[in-house]
Design a binder for this molecule. Structure first.
Ligand code: SIN
Length: 532
């Protein structure tokens, strides 16, 4: 089966939904998403969206905080552009129906998080992403030009070079092959403009606060299609996720520290003053490394986040989701310090895009966490990601609409998927086993503290697993588990190869073999591109 539209969007977080709403007046939109529409990292985002909205704040300060957190690897022009685009992006969200929390003076309540010199984060209590997702999904569902396909997972992009020789011209994206998970049918989605908004890749690691969907699909597909991939070594570990056997790394928002919570050892002593002048509100890489160090030094399974000094009612009102969730696990955060550990949280690298969100494959735009715009550099400043997703969705939409005006009929021809001689698999256990092995190797060898020996060992293992996955991929009918496994293996390989290229420590990439920052040789992006 073929489905043809002007715009094909893969992913339904803030970036994909905002883009859909921006372009829908100009043409038909197919929006595909691999689970339910709100199964996204956006929906789980607690903290908020950073933007300069207060008289006391300034763009210059937000820019400087972003550059400092990013260890000066961020592209200053992109940082300025995104931060100055913040107020308009916030207006769009409000117009689409997002309700941010207001204070007693009926102004937007601004909270603080690590690395921010000011209170500048708009939030909806501690469920900001959920509120954004709710409003955008409602608007998308109500739009007659947008067709939403849930339970549809993209397999690979369709590019013109796969169909005809392009005589040295840049490649062009014309859609994607997509598996309908309910019917097992592979559909060819043809489009003039294709947008990857597939989010992050935390599931590459054993412990992550990302949702199950975060398997790096967009990065893996774009890489296989020949796009440049940048800065994959910079995986951000969130310092504070709940340490509990049943909690699946539930996030304890940095806003809890923003409102005064203190990290303590098991004996009750506060340790962050020993690591950074901003103490508990130091940038995330520093806090995560400090916790890792404390746990290793004392042989502890976790450290403790203490907000018990705050008024009980204030805690319950400001963090209702965290309060209720922890209570469900037997922890009353108004009385007990919260046991926490770091977990994989945000991929700062991704598909390299220009200032309009376009990759180096023509008509392939990449927005949100799956892109690398130049904003985050070596470490993302808290709450800058929803901002980036919204600003780049608007920019990519503007450029896509211009592109559309230059195009004339007919639509590019897409072929039907050919399953060749594939059969049903009777060894699903291989998928489960390889999935676990990748995540464990990444956690043990490619985590917060790295070394060349550990990275090399991990690369060797991943490459062996990739060979097995490739055999499996060609021999058996495709399933969503297999698609995701193939993608996490690709992303794992890209993270390790990028980490091996960076022979210095900067931001989120810390290696025992090169503990210093080397501006002379490495103040630049790490780029990887598939050779055909
Ligand atoms: C948090 O609430 O701590 C997460 C915010 C973010 O990652 O930007």
């Amino acid at each position: 089966m073929k489905i043809i539209s002007e715009f094909l969007i893969i992913g339904s977080g803030i970036a994909g939904l905002s883009y859909a709403l921006k372009v829908a007046e100009k043409g038909s939109v197919s929006l595909i998403t691999k689970r339910k529409v709100s199964d996204t990292a956006t929906d789980l985002a607690q903290g908020g969206i950073a933007s300069v909205t207060s008289e006391e704040d300034s763009f210059a300060e937000h820019i400087e905080d972003t550059m400092v957190a990013g260890a000066y690897l961020s592209d200053p022009k992109v940082v300025k552009m995104i931060i100055e685009g913040g107020p308009d992006a916030i207006k769009d969200l409000i117009n689409w129906g997002v309700n941010f929390t207001r204070n007693e003076e009926d102004e937007y309540d601004l909270t603080r998080e690590g690395g921010h010199s000011r209170r500048r984060i708009l939030h909806a209590k501690d469920m900001t992403g959920h509120e954004i997702e709710r409003a955008l999904v409602e608007a998308v569902r109500a739009h007659p030009n947008i067709s939403l396909y849930e339970q549809h997972i993209a397999i690979d992009l369709i590019t013109e070079s796969k169909i005809k020789y392009r005589r040295g011209k840049p490649d062009r994206c014309i859609g994607a092959y997509v598996l309908d998970i309910n019917s097992d049918e592979v559909i060819s989605f043809g489009a003039r403009i294709t947008v990857l908004a597939t989010g992050g890749a935390g599931k590459v690691y054993l412990y992550t606060c990302n949702p199950d969907v975060a398997t790096g699909d967009g990065v893996a597909m774009a890489y296989r299609a020949g796009a440049s991939i940048a800065n994959m070594e910079f995986m951000q570990f969130h310092p504070t996720t709940l340490f509990h056997p049943l909690a699946k790394s539930f996030l304890i928002s940095e806003a809890v520290r923003g409102e005064g919570a203190i990290l303590r050892r098991a004996d009750g002593t506060a340790f962050m003053p020993e690591y950074h002048k901003l103490k508990d509100l130091a940038p995330r890489d520093i806090v995560a490394r400090a916790i890792d160090n404390e746990m290793k030094k004392h042989g502890d399974n976790c450290v403790f986040l203490d907000i018990t000094h705050e008024d009980d009612d204030v805690i319950k009102d400001r963090f209702p989701n965290i309060y209720e969730t922890c209570l469900g696990y037997g922890i009353d955060i108004t009385k007990d310090p919260i046991p926490v550990v770091p977990a994989a949280h945000y991929l700062c690298g991704g598909v390299k895009v220009d200032r309009w969100g376009e990759s180096d494959i023509h008509n392939l735009f990449v927005i949100g966490e799956s892109s690398c715009t130049g904003l985050h550099g070596a470490n993302r400043l808290a709450s800058n990601s929803l901002l980036e997703g919204a600003v780049y969705a608007a920019r990519a939409a503007e450029r896509s609409i211009e592109r559309l005006k230059e195009m004339s009929p007919p639509f590019p021809e897409v072929k039907i998927w050919d399953s060749g001689s594939a059969t049903n698999s009777d060894e699903e256990v291989i998928v489960v086993h390889n999935w676990h092995e990748i995540r464990l190797s990444m956690w043990n060898y490619v985590g917060i503290v790295r070394s060349t020996k550990r990275l090399t060992r991990a690369l060797h293992r991943i490459q062996m697993i990739q060979e097995e996955i490739d055999d499996y991929y060609w021999d058996f009918f495709i399933t969503s588990d297999l698609i995701e496994l193939r993608n996490i293996a690709t992303v794992a390989e890209l993270i390790i190869r990028s980490a091996l290229k960076r022979k210095e420590s900067r931001g989120l990439h810390y290696t025992l073999d090169y503990p210093q920052t080397d501006d002379v040789h490495y103040k630049k992006d790490t780029l990887i591109r598939k050779r055909f």
